[in-house]
Write a protein that binds this ligand. Structure first.
Ligand code: PBG
Length: 344
């Protein structure tokens, strides 16, 4: 250490060892082996849930402009994707359908067709790849002609009627073989109603992952293109999704969903809401998930495509951030790409 450094005067005449009391945190960062030794959080393939988009037809693969690298696939190809995911060790898939416009209506009634796209896909995937978990969403938005998650009457998303329909849809999804029902609609009372309906139908083993704190977010844009609801949506979802400004309310939502019987909690979107994840994990210590949503995915992809960031490193850093915030798992469109890196 140079005791006569001209800069020493600038830091008040004390040496760095005097300032730190000889506590130097860089010691354990000096080499790869020491960094690995003290690494606190790890991302594993076991943490990944892969959301996939479904479309009618056979051997159909459609790119989604707003989500480079993500495609809508027909059921036969979804089965192939499920096989690929299982080989990579990804524990579960979450399915989202792009429903033909002719089947959409004011109440989203086609969600109650046992042979709709979601239910047919679940049956096909569980038959071919029984070892992978299938998570289905019981929200109405892919099925309504106005793009809202609930039934629209006189300009209002009616809560209780929507809950009845979501619960009935959940039972059909369970009957098709879904392992976890993940309702993304944010209606009051839906978790308890779904639990009751599943139990009454003999589906005690089917779990509920609550989209407990789903915020009214700008980050869902690309998803709405993916399922074909962007041109349909009238107004916004602020009367049922959470205000991005509210953390105490998020805590109440989560508490309520657990009381109603949720097995797991999810925070959505992910990166702008890491504080909510940490708060819920500390408060409830139940299995926690984040949904790294379409806009989060596309931002990383777009910046990488422009050469502005290293896309692979940004992907892995963002996923690790969820672990550090307290997540047990992450729904991410990066799942297969991340799984490949993690198992390489
Ligand atoms: C609606 C739903 C949304 C997403 C999945 N289901 C939000 C919305 O369209 O309002 C978003 C997923 C994503 O952005 O990746 N029930």
């Amino acid at each position: 250490m140079n005791k006569h450094s001209p800069l020493k005067a600038a830091i008040g005449g004390r040496s760095v060892d005097e300032i730190t009391g000889s506590r130097r945190l860089r010691r354990m960062r000096k080499a790869d082996w020491s960094r690995r030794l003290v690494q606190e959080n790890h991302l594993k393939v076991d943490d990944l849930i892969w959301p996939i988009f479904l479309v009618d037809g056979v051997n159909v693969r459609e790119p989604i402009d707003a989500m480079p690298g993500v495609e809508r696939v027909s059921i036969d190809l979804a089965v192939k994707e499920a096989e690929r995911a299982a080989k990579l060790g990804i524990p579960a898939l979450a399915t989202f359908p792009r429903v033909d416009g002719a089947r959409k209506d004011l109440t989203g009634s086609h969600i109650l067709d046992p042979d709709n796209l979601i239910n047919r896909a679940t049956r096909a995937i569980k038959e071919a790849v029984p070892q992978i978990g299938v998570i289905t969403d019981a929200a109405l938005d892919p099925f309504t002609d106005h793009g809202h998650d609930g039934i629209l009457r006189n300009g209002v998303i009616v809560n209780d009627e929507t809950v009845e329909q979501v619960a009935a849809a959940a039972v059909m999804q369970a009957a098709a073989g879904a392992d976890i029902i993940a309702p993304s609609d944010m209606m009051d009372g839906r978790i308890g109603a779904i639990r009751d309906a599943l139990d009454a139908g003999g589906f005690q083993d089917v779990a509920i992952m609550s989209y407990a704190t789903k915020f009214a977010s700008a980050f869902y844009g690309p998803y709405r293109e993916a399922i074909g609801t962007s041109g349909l949506l009238k107004g916004d979802k602020k009367t049922y999704y959470l205000d991005p400004a509210n953390a105490a309310e998020a805590l109440r939502e989560a508490e309520q969903d657990l009381a109603e019987g949720a097995d797991m909690l999810m925070v959505k979107p992910g990166l702008p809401y890491l504080d909510i994840i940490r708060t819920l994990k500390n408060e409830f210590n139940v299995p926690m998930f984040a949904y790294q949503v379409s806009g989060e995915y596309s931002m990383i992809k777009a910046a990488a495509a422009n050469g502005w960031i290293d896309g692979e490193r940004a992907m892995m850093e963002s996923l690790l951030g969820f672990k550090r915030a307290g997540c047990d798992g992450i729904l991410t469109y990066f799942a297969p790409q991340a799984a490949k890196l993690l198992t390489a």
